[in-house]
Design a binder for this molecule. Structure first.
Ligand code: NAD
Length: 480
């Protein structure tokens, strides 16, 4: 049984209290490793080491920091087979997806921000013959990064890369449900020679170590990705402490399909948008609205496509649809399918837990599920399910499609499928979402602002937004 360790002051260490929680393999339902249930004592040690590292890391040139972060990106690439396997075991996602998406992006995050920080410039504001202002953008100091389980190393590195690149020391907490790749990442930090204390990784639950990170006076900013209810709680704790926060939260994303779309490619991409990573991506399109004239044809083609997804052992390279991340999460998803039936929904395909043969017979597998006949107002269409469940609904006009899309408390991401360029741009302007994809989904450019409106979050990550978040601007005013 593998025992996971914290990473503090450049070393792998056991939690001070010697308490551990069980780590389950979702595909088998078996406990396969132990995770530290860290607490304030571990946090004190991590903060002390970050305090010692802070000045020299902040004073290091952007180029020198960049060289180290690129080494870390290369180390992730070199370890990508090991990391993909670890992610598949820990999370239940197909190993092919873990390699192509999770590992690829984790390295790309580090490389992108390593390069971006060397190009980061600040502003000046001339006052004619009177004087000039210039802005210094300095590291904040010690920052906290808290990430979720759905894209474990991908989102972990998405936060810590810009924090480190801009000269901050980081205390990071991966999800206690998927800690393994962050643990392997600790080893890679040691191997490439990241200075002691610059990154500290603490494992444990939100209650045991997450909240102490929010309240610790030396941690000046918090970058959080997770559920909207957790985000609201963190905002409530951090606000009176006047801490800077970036909150990337849940979604209930609509997909708008118009009759003039490219039919075949739209069917494929809308299915990918709904079911990638077993529907456990915050950006997945789970409410699919289809123009009435093509509703029946689209529905049939979509169900055929979804029914062909290969469900299986995440370690099998042919698998397209793996296990859900945990038993409680699987039960939550199944309870929403029951709720959908009670609300009058008609199950078009899927709808059940799946029992596989052999090694995976106790795994947390749920069939990709498509439901129709549900109104916008019902709970199935309003609440985030975060699993392989989507609903279909016809619409008649652009105005109706827009009202349906905007009709929940969330505003993370949406996609529009149409060859009418005027309609696409008009809708993009009217849709209340942080991300609008026109005839594509999850096409990412790391320079763009990333995040949601309404209950989907506060602040943006990505590119300049992240570099600005992790720096404190200081205006210097000079009179000639
Ligand atoms: P979660 O909110 O339960 O947990 C996220 C992280 O916060 C975990 O590391 C957890 O241990 C920690 N945490 C929990 N309670 C805490 C507390 N009180 N104080 C500090 N830390 C605490 O979310 P999850 O179930 O891990 O992830 C799924 C959610 O994340 C979904 O809602 C999904 O939409 C969202 N998500 C959003 C984005 C985005 O970019 N907007 C990306 C991925 C996932």
């Amino acid at each position: 049984m593998q025992i996971i360790a914290n990473y503090i002051n450049g070393e792998l260490v056991a939690p001070v209290n010697d308490k551990y929680i069980d780590n389950y393999e979702p595909a088998t339902g078996q406990i396969y490793s132990k995770i530290p249930e860290s607490d304030e004592k571990d946090l004190i040690a991590a903060v002390e080491s970050a305090k010692l590292a802070k000045q020299s890391w902040a004073e290091m040139s952007a180029e020198e920091r960049s060289i180290l972060l690129i080494k870390l990106a290369e180390a992730i690439e070199n370890a990508s087979d090991e990391l993909a396997k670890a992610e598949a075991i820990d999370n239940g996602k197909p190993i092919g997806f873990a390699k192509a998406v999770d590992c690829y992006r984790s390295a790309a995050n580090l490389r992108f921000f390593a390069n971006a920080a060397t190009q980061f410039a600040s502003e000046s504001h001339g006052m004619g013959s009177v004087g000039v202002n210039y802005t210094l953008r300095e590291p904040i100091g010690i920052v906290g990064c808290i990430s979720p389980w759905n894209l474990p190393l991908y989102l972990f590195t998405w936060k810590i890369a810009p924090a480190l690149a801009t000269g901050n020391c980081v205390i990071a907490k991966p999800s206690e449900i998927t800690p393994m790749t962050a643990f392997i990442f600790s080893r890679l930090c040691i191997e490439v020679g990241i200075p002691k204390g610059v990154i500290n990784i603490l494992h444990g639950t939100g209650a045991s170590i997450g909240e102490p990170m929010i309240t610790h006076p030396e941690i000046k900013a918090i970058s959080f990705t997770g559920g909207s209810s957790t985000g609201k709680r963190i905002a409530g704790i951090a606000a009176p402490l006047l801490k800077k926060t970036s909150l990337e939260l849940g979604g209930k994303n609509p997909t708008l399909v118009f009759a003039d779309c490219d039919f075949d490619s739209t069917v494929s991409e809308v299915a990918r948008a709904a079911f990638s990573n077993q529907g456990q991506i915050c950006l997945c399109g789970s409410r699919i609205y289809i123009e009435r004239s093509i509703y029946q044809n689209f529905k049939q083609a979509f169900i055929e496509k979804v029914s062909r997804l290969r469900i299986g052992d995440p370690l099998d390279k042919q698998t397209q649809h793996g296990a859900l991340v945990s038993k409680p999460h699987m039960e939550k998803v199944l309870s929403y399918i029951e709720l959908a039936k009670q609300e009058g929904g008609k199950i078009l395909c899927g709808g059940n837990q799946l029992r596989l043969e052999g090694r995976c017979s106790e795994g947390y597998f749920v069939e990709p599920t498509v439901i129709e006949n549900l109104p916008l107002e019902c709970r199935t269409n309003q609440e985030e399910i975060f699993g392989p469940v989507c609903t279909l609904q016809p619409f008649d006009t652009d105005e109706e499609a827009l009202a349906l899309a905007n009709g929940t408390e969330y505003g993370l991401a949406t996609s529009v499928w149409s060859n009418n360029i005027k309609r696409c741009h008009n809708l993009a302007r009217e849709l209340d979402f942080g991300i609008v994809w026109l005839n594509c989904w999850l096409l990412r450019d790391l320079r763009t602002p990333f995040g949601g409106m309404k209950s989907s979050g506060v602040g943006r990550e990505g590119g300049m937004e992240a570099l600005r978040f992790f720096t404190e601007p200081k205006n210097v005013c000079v009179k000639y």
